[in-house]
Design a binder for this molecule. Structure first.
Ligand code: ZN
Length: 180
């Protein structure tokens, strides 16, 4: 808040990228990786790394839905494995079906657990922050070891757009980047 008083990076926002090491919505660098979705269509995975400590960041809202999907698919795979192995008469086939389904469910449950670990840090931080007053959040933001600084690049714009409307971000650029 020292450099950018418009944005409080210590005020919780589940839609914004968050660093669990810095416990703040720090600014970030992002890397895009070419990827494929489950149907094999090309898409882009975007990794966000904290601008202060380089740790991988996450968004609570997104992780909550990933966790639901992971847990749901894990249960589904166990059910499918059990049903299919009962239906299949061939004993060898039925045990290999069971093996495949249980392995898949293991992977889904692992992602469920990983998301839960991430989200536990988020929930404890966000509930503490929510119980505090606007002033005390501002004080914390001012004393936070990491202070966002204005940079005229895409990553900064993307960071600011998480908290402000596009017009307000435009105004930020005029205010801080005007001299350039
Ligand atoms: Zn960090």
């Amino acid at each position: 808040m020292k450099n950018i008083p418009e944005i409080n990076h210590c005020s919780p926002n589940p839609e914004a990228w968050w660093c669990s090491q810095c416990k703040a919505h720090t600014t970030f660098q992002y890397t895009t990786l070419p990827d494929r979705d489950s149907r094999g269509n090309p898409e882009v995975t975007v990794l966000h790394n904290c601008g202060a400590c380089n740790f991988t960041m996450f968004r609570a809202a997104e992780s909550i839905s990933h966790r639901k999907i992971g847990g749901g698919l894990g249960v589904l795979m166990i059910l499918a494995g059990v049903v299919l192995s009962i239906v299949e008469d061939n004993e060898f086939q039925s045990s290999s079906i069971l093996g495949i389904c249980f392995t898949a469910s293991g992977i889904f449950f692992a992602s469920f657990i990983l998301m839960s670990v991430y989200l536990r840090k988020w929930s404890s931080w966000s509930s503490t922050q929510k119980s505090r007053s606007e002033e005390s959040l501002q004080d914390e933001a001012l004393e936070h070891p990491f202070q966002p600084e204005y940079v005229n690049n895409r990553a900064f714009t993307k960071w600011a757009e998480q908290f402000l409307s596009s017009e307000e971000v435009e105004q930020l650029h005029e205010k801080y980047g005007g001299e350039g």
